[in-house]
Write a protein that binds this ligand. Structure first.
Ligand SMILES: NC(=O)c1ccc[n+]([C@@H]2O[C@H](COP(=O)([O-])OP(=O)(O)OC[C@H]3O[C@@H](n4cnc5c(N)ncnc54)[C@H](OP(=O)(O)O)[C@@H]3O)[C@@H](O)[C@H]2O)c1
Length: 280
């Protein structure tokens, strides 16, 4: 069956790699990448075309809700629904950035957490039965989880609670608390990590995958599955090209999760190198 896939932040890096893989392996599917600049999207489309691959590009900026709504309306009008959503778009300040921690926390969370949430809230209503959703997380998420165990055992317990896991609203509220606390300068007293806005945002991305899966578990007959993907350390702009993996290698786990077969047992998990990482 021909499917419709959407990959955010796909004009470069891992997202571009996921679009390329989907196009290569499923030439009959309609694969959309999104970019915040139309020109960059067109450049990516042409690059794929030169490789004999057909992808479409839509404009979407995670920090501008109207662009996400417009994307949803276009997808709905053209296809009536979608089958795959890879929430890949994300940002990270460079290690050498001199922006205050409060700015880094607010800006990072605005895209990685609240922007990803906007995409999910808009596109989840048009997911078709059997849809697969991937949220790009990171090995930094597990590092942040383990750090939380040291600095705030009570928050660690909230994060790893399984039955039921933290809800989306609770996760977003926790992230708002994080940003407020960093702005107020009392994050250390309140057991938040120092200088780790990115890790905190990626931990939230994994928590979001768990929480959304819990929501979909009330309609198991729909077989909609959400997982978080750790792509590894990838050679992209984000890592200033210091990653040891190519974008095609980094795209492998997100791709694997995007095409999980019907009734897969892999649900609401944090997955690295195609393997589930124990949540503890
Ligand atoms: N690279 C790694 O080693 C690594 C490791 C673990 C996890 N990840 C995760 O993998 C994902 C992709 O990372 P990457 O390394 O491929 O980064 P990248 O090369 O910097 O690409 C990021 C993509 O996200 C887009 N983006 C950023 N902010 C956006 C916004 N507000 N709205 C829409 N799109 C936006 C960028 O658009 P522009 O081109 O316009 O900037 C770009 O297309 C991220 O979620 C990242 O956290 C990466």
């Amino acid at each position: 069956m021909s499917k419709v896939a959407v990959v955010t932040g796909a004009n470069q890096g891992i997202g571009f790699g996921v679009v390329r893989r989907l196009c290569k392996e499923h030439p009959t599917w309609t694969v959309y990448g999104t970019s915040r600049s139309a020109a960059n999207g067109e450049e990516a489309r042409k690059k794929l075309e030169a490789e004999g691959l057909t992808a479409k590009y839509l404009e979407a900026d995670l920090t501008k809700a109207d662009t996400i709504v417009a994307m949803k309306e276009k997808l709905l009008k053209e296809h009536g629904g979608i089958d795959i959503l890879v929430n890949n778009a994300g940002i990270a300040f460079k290690g050498a950035a001199t922006d205050p921690y409060a700015v880094q926390a607010e800006v990072t969370l605005q895209t990685n957490v609240f922007g990803t949430h906007t995409v999910c809230e808009q596109l989840f209503p048009i997911l078709r039965d059997g849809a697969r959703v991937v949220i790009l997380s990171s090995f930094m998420a597990m590092r942040a989880l383990h750090k939380t165990k040291e600095i705030s055992p009570s928050r660690y317990e909230v994060y790893i609670k399984n039955d039921p896991p933290m809800t989306i609203d609770a996760a977003l509220n926790l992230m708002r608390e994080f940003v407020s606390s960093v702005k107020a300068g009392d994050h250390a007293q309140k057991g938040w990590p120092d200088n780790s806005a990115y890790g905190t945002s990626k931990l939230a991305n994994t928590v979001m995958a768990r929480a959304y899966q819990q929501q979909f578990s009330s309609t198991p007959e729909r077989d909609i599955v959400v997982n978080a993907a750790d792509p590894g350390y990838v050679n992209t702009s984000m890592t200033s090209h210091s990653g040891n993996l190519s974008i095609d290698e980094g795209a492998d786990t997100p791709y694997y999760l995007a095409v999980l077969p019907p009734n897969t047992p892999i649900k609401g998990q944090h997955v690295s190198k195609r393997c589930v990482v124990e949540w503890k």
